[in-house]
Write a protein that binds this ligand. Structure first.
Ligand SMILES: [Zn+2]
Length: 71
């Protein structure tokens, strides 16, 4: 057996998480704690896949929904 055939395959690499990813996930999870649900808009942090969202802040609609939940 040659050394080449004994090599183990490396697992596929995932890109490292960034500070921006952490902010999006934090916004998303905090949104859940105040009653927000997932949505299908990538422009909000409540997008169903938070790291793929384009925003790390709540939209005015989401803020209004939170205010409605606690009024
Ligand atoms: Zn979620």
């Amino acid at each position: 057996m040659s050394p080449r055939t004994r090599r183990r395959r490396r697992p596929p690499r995932t890109p490292p998480a960034t500070t921006a990813d952490a902010r999006k996930v934090a916004c998303h999870e905090l949104g859940h704690t105040v009653g927000l649900r997932h949505n299908s808009s990538k422009g909000t942090c409540m997008y169903q896949a938070p790291a793929a969202a384009d925003s790390a802040t709540l939209t005015s609609t989401e803020r209004s929904e939170i205010n409605g939940n606690y009024s």
